[in-house]
Structure formats: structure tokens, C-alpha cells
Design a protein around this ligand. Structure first.
Ligand code: NZQ
Ligand code: ZN
Length: 379
């Protein structure tokens, strides 16, 4: 195992009936309550949050309308509102899109220039408003991590920031809040969290990491099993709870501590698909990842066998990739560009777009040619 620093400051409050405790944890007086397209009104989460804020004497203003694959123009609008209303913290009630928007607003609040500067790494992040979270959709891990992903819809760039200043202060994870998450979002969340685990597992530079391998393999198994169980019984508490905690642990720094340098090439390529066609993040990953494994086959085949043995009791690497694709298909997620109607002619432009992000993330070896080769394997 290699040297590492592991420090994750987010306080997690997990379990049934925890949502109504949010007021207890917020230190500031005046909040911006941020949410998405309105699911929080249908499942009573909104009422519980507002009641708690009232009980603890908080003042708040509200803004809804964050859309999946959240966009920069909405971030600008929300920064203006937050400044005008002089809020002292942000309470994000939603999934990854709402939470990432809250993080971007938290950074933009104190910065005189364009908040996008942080995403293109033009300036160092210095200060952020505190962010609190009520998680309503288990998938991205943003409730306990240092990332936020926003799409600049003008330039068609879907980029992320990476800063310890955006770890949420407190995240409430009540599995009951996810009972209403529909099947397709559960499936996308499953694929997304699997990839958060597997990007590290398949790109890590240090070979001898039994603890981290074990974490990854166990979490992948739990994700796959609980997805099936949630499909059968959407209100099964234990399945929702295990799924939720697995998705959080998949991208909070735990499974990659000690594995040496690693990359997120599948995410970089997948983000271009979302930037161009507004596709769900999980679906884009299910299209890119099998193709990436095929492209890297000779280099990665021993690792694919190890993964296959742990997950599918199958060592033949070709069959392992096939089983993975079959699993994605079985939960209703596309695995080919053609299934989501992306024509082959678009591949060069997609590859060029993804290369722009790869450079920022120090993966220059993912040239437009390499990315195009990978995408061709996903036709
Ligand atoms: O907007 P509402 O009405 O709330 O509906 C949402 C949305 O339509 C719905 N939903 C959320 N909670 C629900 C619910 N529906 C019923 N019941 C509930 N309890 O689900 C839909 C999708 O929500 P969204 O927040 O977009 O999904 P997700 O959590 O998967 O977030 C995806 C975004 O996060 C980014 C992705 O790229 C994408 O932009 N990611 C963020 C990461 C991070 N910050 O660490 C890492 C990931 O790799 C990922 O890139
Ligand atoms: Zn992801």
C-alpha cells in the first residue's frame, strides 16, 4: 500500500426519521434552500425540512428548478440571488445535480470573477459558503466528497471542480427519502457508483492493495444485489439503506486511499456524451466502460479476471465483459451508442470535446484518436 492522507470532514447522519433533525445541525441563521424539479413536494421531504428549520429558528429563502445535468446559467442566477439575499449557507435537498449546484454557488458567492474559472482551473479556490445536504437520491457520492460537476451549456463542456472547501458540513442520509426514486434512476445510480469504484480499481498504479480491492468488490456486489431487490420491492428499507451507503462510500476517498495514482478516464469520456445529448450520467458510463475494457483488454485482462471471479464467478475476461454488459441491460440501461441514437459521424467531435477535459485532468494520453477508438468499440 502506498502513502496517503485520508481526511473526510463531512458528518453523516444516517437512518430513518433523521431528515427532521436538519435544523439541529445548521449553525448559520439564514439559508438558501435549493431543490430540483419538485420531487421533494410529492414525497413530503419538503414539509419535514421546513418544519425543522422553523423549529430551530432558521430563516430561509428557496429556489427550485435545478435540472439533471445541472447547467452554469442556473448557477449564475443562484449566485446572484444568494448574494442579494445575503444567505450564510446553502441547504441542498436533492440528488447529485442539486448538491453540485449548491457547491458551485457556494464557491461563486465569494468570487468576483466568473465561477467557471474554477472548473477550467484558471484560479485557485479560496473560500466557500457552508453546504448542508438532505440526500434524496443515492448515486453520485457528492454528499460526502470534494467534487461538483456542472455543464457549461454555451461551450458544451461538462467539467468538475475538486476542492476540500466543498465537502458538505453535514449530510443527512435517510433511506426512506429514496423510496420514491424510480427504477431507471436506481439503475443509473448503480452504474455510476460501480464506476466510481471501478475507475480506481482498473487504473491504479500500485498492485498490492487487498484491503481496497476487497472494499471495491464488496461494494460492487452490494450495489448489484440491492438494485435487483429495490426493483422488486421499492420500499424495502434494508435494500435502500445498503444501496445508499454503498453509493456514498464509493466516492468518498476511502476505496482509493493507498492505491497510488489513478484516473477517471471513463467519466471524462462519458461527460462529453452528456454535454452533447443531455443523457443521464449513469447511462453514458454503461456505454463507455465496456468499450474502455475492450480497448484496454491486453493490458487489463488479469485484473478483469480477478474482478470477474469476485463478482460473477467467471475468470475468462471476455466473458466477464459480456456478463457486465448483460447486467446493465438487465437493469434497463443502454450499453451502445446506437441504443441512445448517437450516430458514428459524431464520434470525432465527441472525442475532441472529451480531450479538452482530459487535458485539464492530466490525462493527455487520452488523445482525440484514442478516445475515438474507444467510442468506436461502443457503436
Ligand atoms: O429534480 P427532482 O424533481 O428532484 O427529480 C430528480 C431528477 O429528475 C429525481 N429524484 C431525485 N430524488 C428523488 C427523485 N425522484 C423521486 N424521488 C426522489 N427521492 O431524479 C432525477 C435525477 O436527479 P439527479 O440529481 O440529476 O441525479 P444524480 O444524483 O444521479 O446526479 C447526477 C449528476 O451528478 C453528477 C452527474 O454528472 C450528474 O450531473 N455527478 C456528480 C459527482 C460528484 N459531485 O461527486 C460524481 C459523479 O461522477 C457525477 O458526475
Ligand atoms: Zn460518476
Amino acid at each position: 500500500m502506498l502513502e496517503f492522507v485520508f481526511h473526510n470532514p463531512t458528518k453523516i447522519v444516517f437512518g430513518k426519521d433523521q431528515t427532521q433533525r436538519i435544523g439541529e445541525f445548521i449553525k448559520e441563521k439564514r439559508c438558501l434552500l435549493l431543490y430540483g424539479g419538485g420531487s421533494i413536494f410529492k414525497n413530503q421531504i419538503y414539509e419535514r425540512v421546513v418544519e425543522s428549520l422553523k423549529n430551530y429558528g432558521k430563516e430561509w429563502i428557496e429556489k427550485g428548478g435545478v435540472k439533471p445535468n445541472p447547467v452554469l446559467s442556473f448557477v449564475y442566477e443562484t449566485i446572484d440571488l444568494a448574494r442579494k439575499e445575503k444567505v450564510e449557507c446553502i441547504l441542498a435537498v436533492g440528488g447529485g445535480s442539486v448538491i453540485d449546484t449548491a457547491k458551485a454557488v457556494a464557491l461563486g458567492y465569494f468570487y468576483e470573477g466568473d465561477v467557471w474559472d474554477f472548473f477550467i482551473k484558471k484560479v485557485e479556490i479560496q473560500k466557500a459558503l457552508p453546504v448542508y445536504v438532505i440526500l434524496t437520491l443515492a448515486a453520485t457520492g457528492t454528499e460526502m466528497n470534494r467534487y461538483a460537476v456542472i455543464t457549461n451549456e454555451k461551450t458544451k463542456q461538462k467539467f468538475n471542480i475538486d476542492s476540500e472547501l466543498v465537502y458538505p458540513v453535514v449530510s443527512i442520509l435517510d433511506p426512506v427519502n429514496t423510496y420514491t426514486v424510480p427504477k431507471e434512476q436506481v439503475a443509473y445510480g448503480c452504474v455510476d457508483a460501480m464506476l466510481h469504484l471501478l475507475e480506481g480499481y482498473f487504473t491504479q498504479t500500485y498492485p498490492n492493495t487487498p484491503i481496497q480491492d476487497g472494499f471495491v468488490e464488496t461494494l460492487v456486489k452490494v450495489l448489484m444485489e440491492t438494485t435487483q431487490k429495490i426493483f422488486e420491492s421499492p420500499q424495502d428499507y434494508d435494500s435502500r439503506a445498503n444501496f445508499m451507503w454503498a453509493t456514498t462510500l464509493a466516492l468518498n476517498g476511502l476505496t482509493t486511499a493507498g492505491i497510488g495514482s489513478f484516473g477517471f478516464p471513463n467519466h471524462i469520456i462519458a461527460h462529453s456524451l452528456s454535454a452533447f445529448y443531455d443523457l443521464p450520467h449513469g447511462e453514458t458510463l454503461a456505454i463507455v466502460f465496456p468499450a474502455w475494457l475492450k480497448y484496454k483488454f491486453s493490458e487489463k485482462k488479469d485484473r478483469i479476471s480477478k474482478f470477474g471471479e469476485a463478482i460473477f464467478k467467471e475468470r475468462d475476461p471476455e466473458k466477464v465483459i459480456e456478463k457486465l454488459e448483460n447486467f446493465y441491460t438487465s437493469i434497463g440501461v443502454s450499453v451502445r451508442l446506437s441504443q441512445v441514437k448517437i450516430p458514428e459521424e459524431d464520434i470525432p467531435a465527441l472525442a475532441e470535446n472529451a480531450y479538452g477535459f482530459a487535458k485539464i485532468r492530466n490525462l493527455e494520453n487520452y488523445t482525440p484518436q484514442v478516445i475515438a477508438e474507444i467510442l468506436k468499440l461502443a457503436k
